[in-house]
Write a protein that binds this ligand. Sequence first.
Ligand code: GLU
Length: 305
Amino acid sequence: MTEELTKMVAEARPYAERGKVADYIPALQKSNASDLSVSIFNVNGHDYHAGDYLKKFTLQSISKVIALALVLMDSGPEKVFAKVGMEPTGDSFNSIAKLETMKPSKPLNPMINAGALTVTEMIKGNSSTEKWTRLIEFTAKLTNDETVTYNASVAQSEFDTAFLNRSLCYFLKQHGIITGDVEELMDLYTKQCAIEMNCSELARIGAVFAMDGCDPLTGKQTIPKDIARICKTYMVTCGMYNASGEFAMKVGIPAKSGVSGGIMGAVPNRCGIGIFGPALDHKGNSIAGLKLLEMMSNRYGFSIF
Ligand code: GLU
């Protein structure tokens, strides 16, 4: 399998030339556009890799799935669904448009920024520091790596420039969806997005979701089954931005991407996938990563449909 993956990476890598690394978060501009790597973590414990799979990258929007799982565990689906909806938007991830036209004015889902900011504020804790500690400890549990942390310069770079996200927060605050201090939330959210890991660790988290929340190595139920199911459903309907429909057609697995070029995939009862390829298409998905996933899905019959 490793040999096959290496070949597929070589075949998909040239697609990166058609994409561009994210530049609206200044620190992400430093990424190497031609990077492409993948890890597959089989639920039987075997893992396979190709490319520079130990290179670390920030999770960005992939972290939204982790925060969502934690908040669903903290407060239960009812409280979460009272503040965020269940529908894809068809708009870009940081759009404010639907917030103004929808009544009531609540984010359509937790995978767009408005919904993710709402969810992050809901993490239980008496202070921002406590919320952060709980989030990073939960992430460590999922990766089985206690040293997992965030990239401080990427977090700072986003914090310094996140005017659009601040606008979303103030809009949501006006409508009572967000209630606390916006700067504190931005600090927590930018740290969350800057959580850093490699493809191998990301694939391991994907494998937990693939097993309905059960850690394939320890056998522990890290996330309750019904909550893992909610997260995977959102990954299918809105995980790949407003390209989720095309992705379901071509690849057909629950997945979440981030503007750093990361993609986490979960193939039910089979494996977790971690991909890193920072050159993005115009919707914000890793362009070579998508090609690679399409090849893998065709070759290994990953589609759930
Ligand atoms: N930190 C990024 C933002 O909020 C995450 C976006 C993404 O990866 O889609 O803009």
